[in-house]
Design a protein around this ligand. Structure first.
Ligand SMILES: [Zn+2]
Length: 203
């Protein structure tokens, strides 16, 4: 029986074998990525029953700090508090160390994108939460930074996805219609947020 949560991911590649296996690798970083190769062992080849009813996972690589995180953040109908805290930490303002809760709608958007683009590689994070001080400093240097950026509310992220064309990432985000999409080809990232649905081109 197919769980309801997966019905949202009809465009994912159903033949990708990496998705069920990786759900078992919770809260681990680069070492855990290597372990994914161990899924050929008979015990690991079994379907993961605990998450068979549906789970949402995310994998991040923070390009500023080098930190990685791979975690199931939603399972059996609820968001999981410790994984949300782990995500909040990884998406913190790396310049000041300040943290802010990340909107779960943003996590669900990134989850949907990750599933549909590439199940096996982490989303590369350029910017998650931004403190008001950092946002003001960035605004002073660049015309492309909004005064009331949704980064300051934990509702936005700047990302790229390894092995996926930036325009493809942009088009997928736009097709989902869950918020704003900014395209920054020269900086090599896409801004996605869960504010008003809108789109723009940056540099
Ligand atoms: Zn942004």
């Amino acid at each position: 029986m197919r769980p309801p949560a997966r019905a949202r991911n009809l465009r994912m590649n159903p033949s990708d074998p990496a998705c069920p296996a990786r759900r078992r690798l919770l809260g681990i970083g680069a070492a855990g990525l290597a372990l994914a190769g161990a899924a050929a062992r008979p015990a690991d080849a079994m379907p993961p029953p605990r998450t068979a009813s549906g789970a949402r996972s995310l994998a991040f690589e923070n390009l500023h700090t080098g930190e990685t995180l791979r975690t199931v953040y939603w399972e059996q109908g609820r968001y999981l508090s410790q994984p949300l805290r782990d995500i909040e930490y990884l998406l913190r303002d790396f310049r000041t160390g300040q943290q802010h809760p990340i909107d779960v709608a943003l996590l669900d958007l990134l989850h949907s994108m990750g599933r549909q683009l590439d199940c096996t590689r982490p989303i590369q994070l350029i910017s998650g939460y931004r403190s008001p001080a950092t946002n003001a400093a960035l605004r002073a240097r660049s015309h492309g930074v909004a005064r009331s950026s949704l980064h300051m509310q934990g509702m936005a992220s700047d990302i790229r996805i390894p092995g996926r064309d930036l325009r493809h990432v942009r088009d997928l985000a736009w097709s989902l219609g869950r918020g704003g999409v900014g395209f920054y080809p020269h900086s090599n990232f896409v801004h996605v947020d869960v504010g008003a649905v809108r789109r723009w081109n940056g540099v």
